[in-house]
Design a protein around this ligand. Structure first.
Ligand code: TYM
Length: 353
């Protein structure tokens, strides 16, 4: 049985990359599976320095934004990671199966340590193991006893049946290396303790990576120091217009799609296609004859149209903090219930029980 699991760090309001790379897919997938979990990853947030009051506010702002983007707690369990401590406990077990050089090779470790002149903490190095635990905690093969009617005789028999929960993880391209680590750890665990974890799978959206509007060589990121590089789902129409007007393209005025030689304008075409649901070909057809300056405004307008209702909904939801807290707590209760039989079996397999 397929289970959907994904998460986001609480950095306040998500950006266009989060929305197109992940959240839009989350909304689609909650309609397709009856076992869907989305988590606000507050423990991951501690890997970079944060004031407690800022983290507290960001958790609720991110929750409001996720709900405003169409994630419906009646169709999925939306919860705060630290309310389910089994994530951290399983991370410890999995950390004992993961070698340090494998973690040192991961791009995010190298990037965050060097670019931010950071010596690096144990948490920053091992957070991909916590991410593997996030995923594998809901992913396992459980056996239970069912009852069958024996053939011929009217007698009841006990039959061992297996229920396989296999986690599918909708993420943007930057998280694929972390998913590969989770796959490796799952296989390593299976070799040591016996087949238990199905190998989790990534689900990528068609827009795997949205680039910075100021530097199309890098991904759009909340931590980008250039304010104009990142569009938030809560930006006002004026802010969106300004950011797209200043988007870096090149000296050719025609609108074409060639991510290698024209990364800037191709990023705009990708955004336009993903936000309108049109194909790249359809978008190019519609934009024939426009120069890049006018095209930037067409893309800005499509983003404004999409984000206007989300922005209004975020404002409404932010006014009712107790509702947001309750959504996260209720979700955590359900997540714990789903995790319990899997975690119990893991404890038994490693010898804790
Ligand atoms: P985070 O919070 O950085 O991003 C959340 C989701 O948004 C996607 N994303 C992007 N997609 C396309 N273009 C971009 N520019 C872009 N920027 C971000 C990310 O790929 C992600 O899907 N470590 C994770 C959170 C996490 C998690 C997990 C995810 C913790 N445990 C378990 C899945 C499963 C992170 O920091 O995502």
């Amino acid at each position: 049985m397929d289970r959907i699991f994904s998460g986001i760090q609480p950095t306040g309001t998500p950006h266009l990359g989060n929305y197109l790379g992940a959240i839009q897919n989350w909304a689609r997938l909650q309609e397709q599976s009856s076992s869907v979990l989305y988590s606000i990853m507050d423990m991951h947030s501690l890997t970079m320095p944060k004031e407690p009051a800022v983290l507290r506010r960001n958790i609720l702002d991110t929750t409001a934004a996720i709900l405003a983007c169409g994630i419906d707690p009646k169709k999925c369990f939306l919860f705060r990671q630290s309310l389910v401590p089994e994530h951290a406990e399983l991370a410890w077990i999995l950390g004992c199966l993961t070698n340090v050089p494998r973690l040192l090779r991961l791009p995010q470790w190298k990037m965050k340590c060097t670019s931010q002149n950071n010596e690096g903490t144990v948490g920053l190095l091992t957070y991909p193991v916590l991410q593997a635990a996030d995923i594998l905690l809901y992913n396992g093969q459980l056996s239970e006893y069912g009852t069958i009617l024996a053939c011929g005789n009217i007698s009841f028999d006990r039959l061992k049946v297996y229920r396989l929960w296999s986690t599918h993880v909708p993420v943007g391209e930057d998280q694929v290396v972390h998913l590969e680590l989770a796959q490796d750890i799952a296989q390593h665990f299976n070799k040591k303790y016996g087949e238990f974890f199905p190998v989790p799978k990534a689900i990528l959206s068609t827009t795997k990576k949205i680039k910075s509007l100021r530097d199309p060589a890098v991904k759009m990121s909340k931590s980008d120091p250039q304010k104009l590089a990142t569009v938030s789902v809560a930006d006002s129409p004026d802010e969106i217009v300004l950011k797209f007007r200043k988007a870096v393209t090149d000296f050719t005025s025609e609108v074409t799609y060639d991510p290698v030689s024209r990364p800037g304008v191709s990023n705009l075409v990708s955004i336009h296609a993903a936000i309108t649901g049109l194909s790249i070909k359809e978008v190019l057809h519609q934009s024939a004859g426009l120069d890049t300056a006018r095209y930037k405004m067409v893309v800005a307008e499509s983003v404004i149209q999409k984000f206007a209702p989300i922005r209004n909904e975020i404002k409404k939801l932010q006014e009712d903090k107790s509702h947001l807290i309750k959504v996260l707590e209720d979700g955590a209760e359900k997540a714990k219930e789903l995790a319990a039989p899997i975690y119990q079996e893991i404890r038994r397999l490693v010898g804790f029980q």
